[in-house]
Design a protein around this ligand. Sequence first.
Ligand SMILES: [Zn+2]
Length: 407
Amino acid sequence: MEPAPDFVSRVIAGGSEAAVDRSRRDFLRAAATLLVGLNLPQTSLAGGGQHGAGGSGQRAVIVIFGGVRRSETFSPEGLENISHLSRDLLSQSLFYPDTRNEGVTAHFNAISSILTGNWQRVDDWGKIAPTTPTLFEHFRKRLGAAQSDTWVVASNKALTSLIGASSASGYGPVYGANVVFPKQLMVAAVANALRAGRSRNLADRAKIESELESMLEAGNYEGLGWTVFDAADRLDPRVRGIIEEAITTFVRDGGPTSGDELTFLVSREVMRKFSPRLLVVIFSDVEVAHFGSYALHVGGIRTGDRLAYQLWQEIEANAEYKGKTTMVILPEFGRDPDGSTTNGFFNHRGDTDSTRSTWMMALGAAVDKPRIVERPIRHVDLCATLSGLLGCPPMESQGARLTEMRV
Ligand SMILES: [Zn+2]
């Protein structure tokens, strides 16, 4: 059906693109370059990603927000928070306004349900891998795709590297994705630097730098949430200076930084260096809601809206992606309704539409005809669809292929 005119055509004036402090942006950009540079195997410093031969030639980028309610996003009063999604992207998308999480509305379970096509009921804090194969494993095992073809870049603290592969027999980490948590690495590095310096004013700059250097060269990124390339045990000297300078600036300025901003920049760097055929980007600035700040929660929505749009712009500008990539944007779930016993937007525990029903937007190659599809769909339907898009045989999934998407 055609979108309601007042819904689509409402132009949000201004869009309130908060000016981002330049030094902070410089820091984040340098950090992203560093974090990706860290993980370049020596042999591929010049070469870029290696791809397996199989598949359709199509690529998929999945962008997952944390929990956002319809009332702060695709509702008349919420549109101003998502000016890019509603103004720049909606009219070229397949939009599913009733996309349902029928599983556990906690982060690890929600994301692993999206990425496996089966409702997962494992540990909420990611201590247990999903029990059925992820799309990464399916893609790599069935089509021989390389590990550098499948990445997860995530801000979400509730995730662990176990999001990249399941415990299913015949699958597992050998077919898993690269999983990167940029924020944790930087937070740990900066925290250690501050601890070492005992000051925010760079009185002991040399000490901070040596602390950072030892952290970055420690060779074991597992403890910081890294499970990328075994060979990543040396820092590329070409980027060391950049990051040290950037961290110095960051420490001196001391301002709050956005984990999602860093996640975006690392994702973009991964696209430019490895051009993975399947990339999952997980933003979670919106989860500041757990601390009770509505203003910061809405700020997280606005940041996510902007960063999702910038990812789409990168796809359009990057020759490896343009014209052959489908980008899908969806929240993990909503949040609890105002007046609920669980403190409303703070949490996402309620068995209510506000918590279970969100939306999904698909852009790019799989979109034949932009439109709004009003029938309810489920999170588990996405894997079945993207599996076909990537040229894989069908997955064993509780979901059904979304027939509106061209695969
Ligand atoms: Zn949460």
